[in-house]
Write a protein of this length. Structure first.
Length: 157
């Protein structure tokens, strides 16, 4: 059984970006979106107008938190061979009910891709604004970076 990461959030977090579960490259170095071809840091950096891709990982997280943006995954644990979401088995979701205590100002949850987006109806029903984004994963090659960015810019709306 693989275990995910704790949330990156604080009392000032108003927007939370949710992935499905960390890939192998991320798990190996204990960093969100560590695969070099994953476009997450480039996309979110363009959205908040910060050169995140050029910063060390810890500074990336600090910068996101300063902008009121947090990171987490919809799954706390799962079994999976490789990094593809389609290979996820025996998944355990994260506890979003108690997360509200950690980030009381949370208003919007954004889902990075269709797999995490499956949780959108439940989160919306809990009273949050929601947005399902095209995945930043290198496995999602259907849209260009610019096409993804146009949708990702809605994070700050």
């Amino acid at each position: 059984m693989l275990t995910g990461f704790p949330p990156v959030a604080d009392a000032n977090t108003h927007t939370l970006i949710l992935g499905s579960f960390p890939g192998v490259a991320s798990l190996d170095v204990a960093q969100y979106y560590a695969h070099p071809r994953n476009q997450f840091w480039r996309l979110i950096g363009a959205v908040i107008d910060e050169p995140l891709i050029e910063l060390p990982y810890e500074q990336r997280l600090i910068t996101l938190l300063q902008k009121g943006i947090g990171l987490w995954d919809v799954l706390a644990a799962c079994e999976r061979a490789g990094s593809l979401d389609t290979a996820i088995r025996n998944a355990t979701p994260n506890d979003f009910a108690s997360f509200r205590l950690h980030a009381p100002g949370l208003k919007r949850l954004c889902f990075n891709g269709k797999t995490s987006g499956r949780f959108e109806p439940v989160i919306r029903a809990a009273g949050f604004e929601t947005l399902v984004l095209p995945s930043s994963s290198p496995a999602n090659a259907i849209l260009s970076f610019d096409q993804k960015l146009r949708i990702w810019r809605d994070i700050t709306q």
